[in-house]
Design a protein around this ligand. Structure first.
Ligand SMILES: Nc1ncnc2c1ncn2[C@@H]1O[C@H](COP(=O)(O)OP(=O)(O)OP(=O)(O)O)[C@@H](O)[C@H]1O
Ligand SMILES: [Mg+2]
Length: 231
């Protein structure tokens, strides 16, 4: 679904991400782990087309999208949930979903229902202003909104950062359900590695903008991942 080859990017003259090779298989989950400032968000921004690539390529399914504008990648089925539980704070939860659903007609309405089935905790909160929701609720809303676009690749940047453990479990349960459909692939960035590595088909550790370790995921892989991150 996604293939990064020798990808380097950064800000202005500052190189941040160096020579990254990474794939997300069709229907699979690839996790990128790393400490604060490792370059994880920068890498995702290059995948989305929000930062220019200095060298290397970004392939999405059968297309080389390296030079594509972000909106074109989105139309091809990439949905991005940025770090920090963002939503339109003044709008209600329902309106947050509707603004996206309206652009997708009947499919948008159907996907809204599917997303709410996936996050039943949101249902009684639909009338509440998004800005008044808890961090965990806002994160679920942000993922639900991304799903309403009908993505083939869901890109999640630290979806469990600062979120209480029971909501973290709900979010990973939803990710498991989504992967079970076989229609969606997930690129996941995390610092909290237990759940991420457990659910990932493969994971990579990023250190100072480079991939310094990569291995298959799964529950038994968690101790190695901790060691690779020097935890
Ligand atoms: N807009 C920017 N302009 C210049 N440098 C930036 C910018 N954003 C991030 N950086 C730098 O790029 C490096 C990587 O930052 P990035 O946000 O990608 O890290 P991260 O792995 O996502 O960290 P975190 O886990 O804290 O979110 C850091 O040194 C950071 O200071
Ligand atoms: Mg980040």
């Amino acid at each position: 679904m996604l293939e990064l080859t020798g990808l380097s990017t950064g800000y202005g003259r500052t190189a941040v991400v160096h020579d990254v090779d990474l794939t997300v298989p069709d229907g699979g989950l690839t996790a990128v782990l790393g400490h604060n400032g490792a370059g994880k968000t920068t890498l995702l921004r290059a995948v989305l087309g929000l930062l220019p690539v200095r060298s290397g390529t970004v392939r999405l399914a059968d297309d080389d999208v390296t030079r594509w504008a972000p909106h074109r990648r989105v139309r091809r089925g990439v949905a991005y949930v940025p770090q920090g539980q963002q939503s339109f704070g003044q709008l209600t939860a329902k309106e947050n979903l509707q603004v996206v659903a309206d652009a997708h007609g009947a499919a948008g309405r159907r996907r809204t229902a599917d997303a709410l089935a996936l996050f039943p905790a949101l249902e009684p909160l639909l009338g509440r202003q998004a800005g008044l929701l808890s961090g965990g609720q806002r994160q679920q809303l942000a993922i639900a909104r991304a799903l309403v676009t009908g993505p083939r690749l869901l890109v999640l940047d630290e979806p469990t950062e600062g979120i209480q453990p029971n909501v973290v479990r709900e979010i990973y349960a939803a990710i498991t359900t989504l992967l079970g459909t076989g229609d969606l692939s997930v690129l996941l960035v995390e610092q909290h590695i237990g759940y991420a590595v457990e659910h990932a088909g493969q994971y990579a550790v990023m250190t100072s903008g480079r991939i310094t370790h990569r291995a298959p995921g799964g529950a038994t892989a968690v101790p190695d991942a901790r060691e690779a991150m020097a935890l």
